[in-house]
Every structure is written in structure tokens, then in C-alpha cells.
Design a protein around this ligand. Sequence first.
Ligand SMILES: [Mg+2]
Length: 211
Amino acid sequence: MSRPALFDLDGTLVDLAAPRDDLEALRAGLRALAEREGVPLDHFGIFPMYRALSVAGRGVAEARELIDSYEVRWARATARALTSDDALGRLLASGAPVALVTSNGRACVRALREAGLLPGAFPVEITRDECGLLKPDPEPVRRAVTALGDVADGDELPFVGDSKADREAVAAYARVWGRPPVRFVPVREGTGAVEPARSIDAVLADLAGTS
Ligand SMILES: [Mg+2]
């Protein structure tokens, strides 16, 4: 029997592999949008700028449209799967109570599925489009845990992710809600986690009970 779990997307299950020129153009577009909307920025990363617009409640629809257009392009053109031998496909096909918790948009998730880079739908998918605030805010984590419902009521839920924002979102969830407990499982070094990083394939095998 598969255990419930939460998964980040980019850098964990797939690598969108955004080209540097695209990233620069997207950052410039968001910065120009924030200036037009009079929203002050203290960080020029894509998601921090989106977060500033969200908090201000200005230019959000335009920002979503702009980021979606790039993410969909990456999903179709540059992305690659980070899992091997269809372990994720088997986990999804088994009906495992798993959730996707991503700062990418629904359009990106759909495009990845169409490109064959995500082997099926997760029972719960929390994307940028479902949330007011993105990770490292705890909102996406809480929404996913709530949507999993009763299956999440037992043991500690692993949150499998590759970034500091993932780790911080889990820590913030623990401070604000705490139950059911969620544990950050890193698949990359450099997240600030105490726990050593493991490969996504090893984590998937564990969850499926095949390791
Ligand atoms: Mg990630």
C-alpha cells in the first residue's frame, strides 16, 4: 500500500530547463509590470516578483499570463523528466494518495502531461492558480494536506522537494498548523535541510514500498 506524499514539480519530478535568455526576458517583463502597477520590489526573482504583485493585489492576472506563456513553452521545448523507469507512473496508477504542490501554473502542468513528461494526474494538484501565496508561504502545503483529507490523518507526510522555498514552506506549515505533521525530504543538496538529499527514484521506490 502506497503512503500519502506531497511533491514539488520543477527540479524534483521534472526540470523545466528554462533558457537563460527566456529567464531574463521574463524577469524584465515582470519588473516592468510591477513598475507600471506601482508595486515596490525587494527581490527580482520570478516568483518573489509574482508574490509582491499578489500581496499588493495588482497586475496579478497579467503576471500569471506572462509566466504561463513561458512555462508552457519550456514544458513543450526544454523540459525533461527527472524520474526514471516510470516509477512515478506506477505510483500514480496505483491510486496512491499523492499531491503535487507547485509554484508553476496549471497550464504548465497540463503541457508537461501532454508532452509525456508527467505520466498521469495526481489525485490532488495545487498549482500557482489555486493559491494566493506561493511557497515559502505555507498556504500551498496546507491546501494539499486538506485536499488529501482523511488519508493524510495518520503518519507523517513526506514533502519531496528540491529548494529552500520547499523546506521553508514545510517549516512554516509546521509552525502554523502542525497537524498532520509534514516532513521535508530533499532531493537536492543546498536546501538547508539537515537530512541528506536522496535521489527522486530512491524516494519513489520507498513510497511505493518496493525498496
Ligand atoms: Mg522545485
